[in-house]
Design a protein around this ligand. Structure first.
Ligand SMILES: NC(=O)c1ccc[n+]([C@@H]2O[C@H](COP(=O)([O-])OP(=O)(O)OC[C@H]3O[C@@H](n4cnc5c(N)ncnc54)[C@H](O)[C@@H]3O)[C@@H](O)[C@H]2O)c1
Length: 351
Protein backbone atom coordinates (compact mmCIF):
# COMPACT_ATOMS: atom_id res chain seq x y z
CA UNK A 1 0.00 0.00 0.00
CA UNK A 2 1.58 3.27 -1.12
CA UNK A 3 1.54 6.22 1.24
CA UNK A 4 0.06 8.47 -1.43
CA UNK A 5 -3.27 6.62 -1.43
CA UNK A 6 -4.32 8.32 1.80
CA UNK A 7 -5.94 11.64 0.94
CA UNK A 8 -6.68 13.59 4.11
CA UNK A 9 -9.55 16.05 4.06
CA UNK A 10 -10.66 18.32 6.83
CA UNK A 11 -13.91 17.31 8.41
CA UNK A 12 -16.41 19.97 7.30
CA UNK A 13 -18.55 19.44 10.37
CA UNK A 14 -15.85 20.79 12.66
CA UNK A 15 -14.56 24.33 12.84
CA UNK A 16 -11.30 24.55 10.93
CA UNK A 17 -8.54 27.09 10.59
CA UNK A 18 -6.42 28.89 13.14
CA UNK A 19 -9.21 29.67 15.56
CA UNK A 20 -10.43 26.10 15.91
CA UNK A 21 -9.38 24.27 19.01
CA UNK A 22 -9.32 20.75 17.66
CA UNK A 23 -8.98 20.12 13.97
CA UNK A 24 -10.11 16.87 12.40
CA UNK A 25 -9.00 15.16 9.19
CA UNK A 26 -10.53 12.15 7.55
CA UNK A 27 -9.37 9.75 4.87
CA UNK A 28 -11.01 6.66 3.51
CA UNK A 29 -9.55 3.53 2.06
CA UNK A 30 -12.13 1.24 0.51
CA UNK A 31 -14.69 0.74 3.26
CA UNK A 32 -12.34 1.81 6.06
CA UNK A 33 -12.49 5.23 7.70
CA UNK A 34 -9.37 6.86 9.15
CA UNK A 35 -9.65 9.92 11.37
CA UNK A 36 -6.99 12.20 12.81
CA UNK A 37 -7.65 14.96 15.28
CA UNK A 38 -5.01 17.37 16.43
CA UNK A 39 -5.02 20.07 19.08
CA UNK A 40 -2.98 23.32 19.09
CA UNK A 41 -1.07 22.24 22.23
CA UNK A 42 0.55 19.41 20.25
CA UNK A 43 -1.72 16.46 20.96
CA UNK A 44 -3.10 14.15 18.28
CA UNK A 45 -5.12 10.95 17.88
CA UNK A 46 -5.57 8.40 15.11
CA UNK A 47 -8.76 6.35 14.90
CA UNK A 48 -9.45 3.67 12.35
CA UNK A 49 -13.05 2.57 11.98
CA UNK A 50 -13.79 4.30 15.28
CA UNK A 51 -11.05 2.50 17.24
CA UNK A 52 -8.16 4.53 18.65
CA UNK A 53 -4.92 3.26 17.10
CA UNK A 54 -2.34 5.88 18.13
CA UNK A 55 -1.87 8.99 20.21
CA UNK A 56 0.88 11.64 20.27
CA UNK A 57 1.42 14.18 22.98
CA UNK A 58 3.89 16.93 23.82
CA UNK A 59 4.98 17.88 20.29
CA UNK A 60 5.40 21.58 19.48
CA UNK A 61 2.07 22.41 17.86
CA UNK A 62 -0.87 21.18 15.86
CA UNK A 63 1.07 21.04 12.59
CA UNK A 64 3.73 18.77 14.09
CA UNK A 65 1.09 16.62 15.77
CA UNK A 66 -0.64 16.19 12.41
CA UNK A 67 2.63 15.27 10.69
CA UNK A 68 3.49 12.70 13.38
CA UNK A 69 0.04 11.08 13.38
CA UNK A 70 -0.16 11.09 9.59
CA UNK A 71 3.11 9.18 9.45
CA UNK A 72 1.83 6.64 11.97
CA UNK A 73 -1.35 6.18 9.92
CA UNK A 74 0.61 5.61 6.73
CA UNK A 75 2.92 3.11 8.38
CA UNK A 76 -0.07 1.35 9.91
CA UNK A 77 -1.77 1.05 6.54
CA UNK A 78 1.44 -0.30 5.04
CA UNK A 79 1.90 -3.03 7.61
CA UNK A 80 -1.71 -3.92 8.53
CA UNK A 81 -4.12 -4.68 5.77
CA UNK A 82 -7.42 -3.07 6.57
CA UNK A 83 -10.78 -4.81 6.08
CA UNK A 84 -11.41 -3.48 2.59
CA UNK A 85 -7.83 -3.97 1.50
CA UNK A 86 -7.84 -7.57 2.66
CA UNK A 87 -10.84 -8.23 0.47
CA UNK A 88 -9.37 -6.85 -2.74
CA UNK A 89 -5.91 -8.21 -2.01
CA UNK A 90 -7.18 -11.75 -1.49
CA UNK A 91 -9.22 -11.69 -4.68
CA UNK A 92 -6.31 -10.30 -6.71
CA UNK A 93 -4.14 -12.83 -8.48
CA UNK A 94 -0.42 -12.75 -7.73
CA UNK A 95 1.67 -11.09 -10.45
CA UNK A 96 3.94 -13.66 -12.07
CA UNK A 97 6.18 -12.81 -15.01
CA UNK A 98 6.82 -16.30 -16.36
CA UNK A 99 3.67 -17.99 -17.67
CA UNK A 100 5.13 -21.42 -16.98
CA UNK A 101 1.80 -23.24 -17.28
CA UNK A 102 0.52 -21.44 -20.37
CA UNK A 103 -1.65 -23.73 -22.51
CA UNK A 104 -2.49 -26.04 -19.62
CA UNK A 105 -6.09 -26.52 -18.52
CA UNK A 106 -7.19 -27.82 -15.17
CA UNK A 107 -10.08 -28.43 -12.82
CA UNK A 108 -10.17 -27.02 -9.29
CA UNK A 109 -12.66 -28.55 -6.85
CA UNK A 110 -13.01 -27.22 -3.31
CA UNK A 111 -13.22 -23.43 -3.41
CA UNK A 112 -15.66 -22.34 -0.70
CA UNK A 113 -14.34 -18.81 -0.16
CA UNK A 114 -11.14 -16.77 -0.33
CA UNK A 115 -9.62 -18.68 2.61
CA UNK A 116 -9.88 -22.04 0.83
CA UNK A 117 -6.71 -23.93 -0.04
CA UNK A 118 -8.29 -24.60 -3.45
CA UNK A 119 -8.48 -20.84 -4.03
CA UNK A 120 -4.74 -20.54 -3.24
CA UNK A 121 -4.12 -23.26 -5.82
CA UNK A 122 -6.44 -21.71 -8.42
CA UNK A 123 -4.75 -18.32 -8.04
CA UNK A 124 -1.31 -19.83 -8.52
CA UNK A 125 -2.28 -21.94 -11.55
CA UNK A 126 -3.95 -18.98 -13.19
CA UNK A 127 -1.08 -16.62 -12.39
CA UNK A 128 1.28 -19.06 -14.12
CA UNK A 129 -0.91 -18.88 -17.21
CA UNK A 130 -3.10 -22.00 -16.92
CA UNK A 131 -6.85 -21.93 -17.54
CA UNK A 132 -9.01 -23.27 -14.74
CA UNK A 133 -12.49 -24.74 -14.45
CA UNK A 134 -14.08 -24.12 -11.06
CA UNK A 135 -16.89 -25.83 -9.17
CA UNK A 136 -19.03 -24.72 -6.26
CA UNK A 137 -20.86 -26.88 -3.75
CA UNK A 138 -24.44 -25.59 -4.13
CA UNK A 139 -26.54 -22.44 -4.60
CA UNK A 140 -25.72 -21.26 -1.08
CA UNK A 141 -22.00 -21.45 -1.81
CA UNK A 142 -22.30 -20.04 -5.33
CA UNK A 143 -22.42 -16.38 -4.32
CA UNK A 144 -19.09 -16.71 -2.48
CA UNK A 145 -17.35 -18.64 -5.23
CA UNK A 146 -18.69 -16.70 -8.22
CA UNK A 147 -16.58 -13.52 -7.75
CA UNK A 148 -13.50 -15.72 -7.36
CA UNK A 149 -14.32 -17.69 -10.51
CA UNK A 150 -14.74 -14.36 -12.29
CA UNK A 151 -11.32 -13.17 -11.08
CA UNK A 152 -9.90 -16.42 -12.45
CA UNK A 153 -11.74 -15.91 -15.76
CA UNK A 154 -12.90 -19.49 -15.40
CA UNK A 155 -14.61 -20.58 -18.65
CA UNK A 156 -16.31 -23.46 -16.84
CA UNK A 157 -18.16 -22.79 -13.57
CA UNK A 158 -20.42 -25.60 -12.43
CA UNK A 159 -22.07 -27.03 -9.32
CA UNK A 160 -20.48 -30.08 -7.79
CA UNK A 161 -21.74 -31.73 -4.64
CA UNK A 162 -20.07 -35.14 -4.65
CA UNK A 163 -23.13 -36.53 -2.86
CA UNK A 164 -25.33 -35.68 -5.84
CA UNK A 165 -25.17 -38.51 -8.34
CA UNK A 166 -24.06 -37.45 -11.80
CA UNK A 167 -22.67 -34.02 -10.93
CA UNK A 168 -19.02 -35.02 -11.12
CA UNK A 169 -19.64 -36.83 -14.39
CA UNK A 170 -21.37 -33.70 -15.76
CA UNK A 171 -18.31 -31.58 -14.93
CA UNK A 172 -16.00 -33.98 -16.77
CA UNK A 173 -18.39 -34.19 -19.74
CA UNK A 174 -18.36 -30.41 -20.04
CA UNK A 175 -14.55 -30.34 -19.84
CA UNK A 176 -14.39 -33.02 -22.51
CA UNK A 177 -16.72 -31.04 -24.79
CA UNK A 178 -15.14 -27.65 -24.18
CA UNK A 179 -11.45 -28.49 -23.85
CA UNK A 180 -11.17 -32.05 -25.14
CA UNK A 181 -8.35 -32.59 -22.66
CA UNK A 182 -7.31 -32.01 -19.06
CA UNK A 183 -3.79 -31.27 -17.81
CA UNK A 184 -4.38 -31.16 -14.06
CA UNK A 185 -7.08 -31.57 -11.44
CA UNK A 186 -7.06 -30.43 -7.82
CA UNK A 187 -9.25 -32.27 -5.32
CA UNK A 188 -9.42 -30.10 -2.20
CA UNK A 189 -12.46 -31.38 -0.33
CA UNK A 190 -13.07 -33.34 2.82
CA UNK A 191 -16.03 -33.92 5.08
CA UNK A 192 -16.90 -35.81 8.22
CA UNK A 193 -20.15 -35.50 10.21
CA UNK A 194 -19.51 -33.50 13.38
CA UNK A 195 -20.26 -36.32 15.83
CA UNK A 196 -18.06 -38.71 13.85
CA UNK A 197 -15.15 -36.28 13.66
CA UNK A 198 -15.34 -35.25 17.31
CA UNK A 199 -15.56 -38.74 18.75
CA UNK A 200 -12.80 -41.27 19.35
CA UNK A 201 -11.79 -43.38 16.37
CA UNK A 202 -12.63 -46.48 18.39
CA UNK A 203 -16.26 -45.34 18.70
CA UNK A 204 -16.86 -44.32 15.09
CA UNK A 205 -20.26 -45.37 13.76
CA UNK A 206 -20.37 -47.23 10.46
CA UNK A 207 -22.39 -44.53 8.68
CA UNK A 208 -20.10 -41.69 9.80
CA UNK A 209 -17.06 -43.70 8.79
CA UNK A 210 -18.53 -44.43 5.36
CA UNK A 211 -19.43 -40.76 4.75
CA UNK A 212 -15.98 -39.57 5.83
CA UNK A 213 -14.19 -42.05 3.60
CA UNK A 214 -16.58 -41.51 0.72
CA UNK A 215 -16.32 -37.71 0.51
CA UNK A 216 -12.72 -37.37 1.64
CA UNK A 217 -11.11 -40.31 -0.17
CA UNK A 218 -13.28 -42.17 -2.68
CA UNK A 219 -14.20 -38.97 -4.56
CA UNK A 220 -10.51 -38.48 -5.36
CA UNK A 221 -10.34 -41.98 -6.77
CA UNK A 222 -13.44 -41.21 -8.81
CA UNK A 223 -11.94 -37.96 -10.07
CA UNK A 224 -8.82 -39.81 -11.18
CA UNK A 225 -11.04 -42.35 -12.97
CA UNK A 226 -12.88 -39.62 -14.87
CA UNK A 227 -9.72 -37.62 -15.57
CA UNK A 228 -7.73 -40.54 -17.02
CA UNK A 229 -9.33 -40.56 -20.49
CA UNK A 230 -8.91 -36.77 -20.75
CA UNK A 231 -5.22 -36.91 -19.89
CA UNK A 232 -4.14 -38.56 -23.12
CA UNK A 233 -0.90 -36.62 -23.18
CA UNK A 234 -0.30 -36.98 -19.47
CA UNK A 235 -1.32 -34.76 -16.59
CA UNK A 236 -1.16 -34.28 -12.85
CA UNK A 237 -3.72 -35.10 -10.18
CA UNK A 238 -3.62 -33.49 -6.74
CA UNK A 239 -5.40 -34.02 -3.48
CA UNK A 240 -5.00 -32.33 -0.08
CA UNK A 241 -3.88 -34.34 2.91
CA UNK A 242 -2.63 -33.57 6.41
CA UNK A 243 0.07 -34.75 8.82
CA UNK A 244 -2.65 -36.35 10.98
CA UNK A 245 -2.54 -39.23 8.46
CA UNK A 246 0.88 -40.24 9.74
CA UNK A 247 0.86 -39.17 13.37
CA UNK A 248 -1.86 -39.03 15.98
CA UNK A 249 -2.84 -35.35 16.05
CA UNK A 250 -5.20 -34.37 18.86
CA UNK A 251 -8.78 -33.82 17.60
CA UNK A 252 -8.01 -34.98 14.03
CA UNK A 253 -9.46 -38.40 14.79
CA UNK A 254 -11.22 -40.21 11.94
CA UNK A 255 -10.05 -37.65 9.40
CA UNK A 256 -6.52 -38.94 10.03
CA UNK A 257 -7.69 -42.40 9.01
CA UNK A 258 -9.30 -41.01 5.85
CA UNK A 259 -6.17 -39.03 4.96
CA UNK A 260 -3.99 -42.14 5.43
CA UNK A 261 -6.25 -43.97 2.96
CA UNK A 262 -6.10 -40.98 0.63
CA UNK A 263 -2.29 -40.87 0.62
CA UNK A 264 -2.22 -44.59 -0.01
CA UNK A 265 -4.68 -44.20 -2.91
CA UNK A 266 -2.32 -41.55 -4.32
CA UNK A 267 0.51 -44.09 -4.43
CA UNK A 268 -1.57 -46.84 -6.06
CA UNK A 269 -3.06 -44.50 -8.65
CA UNK A 270 0.38 -43.02 -9.34
CA UNK A 271 1.66 -46.54 -10.06
CA UNK A 272 -1.34 -47.40 -12.23
CA UNK A 273 -1.40 -44.19 -14.30
CA UNK A 274 2.34 -43.49 -14.35
CA UNK A 275 2.90 -45.35 -17.65
CA UNK A 276 0.42 -42.93 -19.28
CA UNK A 277 2.39 -39.91 -18.08
CA UNK A 278 -0.18 -39.12 -15.40
CA UNK A 279 1.36 -38.09 -12.11
CA UNK A 280 -0.45 -38.14 -8.79
CA UNK A 281 0.35 -36.25 -5.60
CA UNK A 282 -0.98 -35.52 -2.17
CA UNK A 283 -0.10 -32.07 -0.87
CA UNK A 284 0.11 -31.91 2.91
CA UNK A 285 -0.17 -28.32 4.12
CA UNK A 286 0.42 -27.17 7.67
CA UNK A 287 -2.71 -25.95 9.50
CA UNK A 288 -4.61 -23.10 7.87
CA UNK A 289 -7.60 -21.27 9.32
CA UNK A 290 -10.22 -22.25 6.75
CA UNK A 291 -13.92 -23.12 7.01
CA UNK A 292 -13.11 -26.86 7.13
CA UNK A 293 -10.56 -26.25 9.91
CA UNK A 294 -13.19 -24.50 12.03
CA UNK A 295 -14.78 -27.93 12.59
CA UNK A 296 -11.68 -29.10 14.48
CA UNK A 297 -11.75 -28.25 18.21
CA UNK A 298 -8.81 -26.27 19.67
CA UNK A 299 -7.58 -25.39 16.19
CA UNK A 300 -5.86 -22.23 17.49
CA UNK A 301 -3.63 -24.40 19.66
CA UNK A 302 -2.67 -26.38 16.56
CA UNK A 303 -1.73 -23.16 14.78
CA UNK A 304 0.37 -21.96 17.75
CA UNK A 305 2.15 -25.30 17.96
CA UNK A 306 2.83 -25.35 14.21
CA UNK A 307 4.35 -21.91 14.31
CA UNK A 308 6.51 -22.62 17.34
CA UNK A 309 7.76 -26.05 16.22
CA UNK A 310 8.22 -25.66 12.45
CA UNK A 311 11.87 -25.02 11.51
CA UNK A 312 10.63 -22.05 9.43
CA UNK A 313 8.89 -20.66 12.58
CA UNK A 314 6.06 -19.63 10.33
CA UNK A 315 2.56 -20.69 9.42
CA UNK A 316 1.94 -21.41 5.77
CA UNK A 317 -0.48 -19.48 3.58
CA UNK A 318 -2.80 -20.75 0.88
CA UNK A 319 -0.50 -19.03 -1.61
CA UNK A 320 2.47 -21.11 -0.37
CA UNK A 321 0.40 -24.23 -0.95
CA UNK A 322 -0.80 -23.01 -4.35
CA UNK A 323 2.65 -22.27 -5.71
CA UNK A 324 4.06 -25.63 -4.55
CA UNK A 325 1.13 -27.42 -6.18
CA UNK A 326 1.48 -25.49 -9.42
CA UNK A 327 5.18 -26.35 -9.57
CA UNK A 328 4.37 -30.08 -9.55
CA UNK A 329 2.07 -29.58 -12.56
CA UNK A 330 4.94 -28.18 -14.61
CA UNK A 331 6.65 -30.43 -17.15
CA UNK A 332 9.90 -29.91 -15.24
CA UNK A 333 8.39 -32.06 -12.45
CA UNK A 334 7.54 -34.91 -14.88
CA UNK A 335 9.53 -37.51 -12.98
CA UNK A 336 8.05 -36.72 -9.58
CA UNK A 337 5.00 -38.80 -8.73
CA UNK A 338 3.24 -40.62 -5.91
CA UNK A 339 4.54 -37.97 -3.51
CA UNK A 340 3.05 -36.57 -0.33
CA UNK A 341 4.56 -33.12 -0.38
CA UNK A 342 4.60 -31.31 2.94
CA UNK A 343 4.11 -27.57 2.72
CA UNK A 344 4.41 -26.99 6.44
CA UNK A 345 7.59 -25.01 7.13
CA UNK A 346 9.31 -28.34 7.89
CA UNK A 347 7.05 -29.21 10.86
CA UNK A 348 6.91 -32.90 9.95
CA UNK A 349 10.67 -33.47 10.35
CA UNK A 350 10.78 -32.33 13.98
CA UNK A 351 10.21 -34.74 16.87
N1 LIG B 1 -7.17 -26.14 6.67
C1 LIG B 1 -6.20 -26.94 7.04
O1 LIG B 1 -5.54 -26.75 8.05
C2 LIG B 1 -5.85 -28.13 6.18
C3 LIG B 1 -4.60 -28.72 6.33
C4 LIG B 1 -4.28 -29.81 5.54
C5 LIG B 1 -5.21 -30.28 4.63
N2 LIG B 1 -6.42 -29.68 4.51
C6 LIG B 1 -7.35 -30.24 3.51
O2 LIG B 1 -7.52 -29.29 2.48
C7 LIG B 1 -8.75 -29.54 1.82
C8 LIG B 1 -9.50 -28.24 1.64
O3 LIG B 1 -9.95 -27.75 2.88
P1 LIG B 1 -9.79 -26.22 3.31
O4 LIG B 1 -9.01 -26.22 4.57
O5 LIG B 1 -9.37 -25.39 2.17
O6 LIG B 1 -11.28 -25.84 3.75
P2 LIG B 1 -12.52 -25.27 2.91
O7 LIG B 1 -13.67 -25.35 3.84
O8 LIG B 1 -12.21 -23.96 2.32
O9 LIG B 1 -12.67 -26.34 1.74
C9 LIG B 1 -13.31 -27.56 1.92
C10 LIG B 1 -14.14 -27.77 0.66
O10 LIG B 1 -14.75 -29.05 0.69
C11 LIG B 1 -15.96 -28.90 -0.01
N3 LIG B 1 -16.90 -29.99 0.23
C12 LIG B 1 -17.31 -30.52 1.40
N4 LIG B 1 -18.26 -31.46 1.17
C13 LIG B 1 -18.42 -31.51 -0.19
C14 LIG B 1 -19.25 -32.25 -1.05
N5 LIG B 1 -20.15 -33.14 -0.60
N6 LIG B 1 -19.15 -32.06 -2.39
C15 LIG B 1 -18.26 -31.19 -2.91
N7 LIG B 1 -17.46 -30.42 -2.13
C16 LIG B 1 -17.55 -30.58 -0.78
C17 LIG B 1 -16.50 -27.58 0.53
O11 LIG B 1 -17.51 -27.09 -0.32
C18 LIG B 1 -15.24 -26.74 0.51
O12 LIG B 1 -15.12 -26.06 -0.71
C19 LIG B 1 -9.45 -30.61 2.64
O13 LIG B 1 -9.20 -31.86 2.07
C20 LIG B 1 -8.75 -30.52 3.97
O14 LIG B 1 -8.82 -31.72 4.71
C21 LIG B 1 -6.75 -28.61 5.25
Amino acid sequence: MALATLHWKTDETLAVGKGATVQQFVASLGGDKLEIDVAPWGEGHLRINGREIAHVDGVKDRRQAFRAIKEIAERYVETHMLKSEKKTASIALPAVKAKLLEGKKGLIVGIANESSIAWGCAKAFRAFGAEVAVTYLNDKAKKFVEPLARALEAPIFMPLDVNTPGQMEAVFERISKEWGKLDFAVHSIAFSPKDTLRGRVVDVPREGFATTMDVSCWTFIRMAHLAEPLMRKGGTLFTMSYYGSQMVVKNYNIMGVAKAALECAVRYIAAELGPKGIRVHAISPGPLATRAASGIPEFDALLDKAKAKAPARSLVSIDDVGVATAFLAHDAARLITGETLYVDGGYHIID
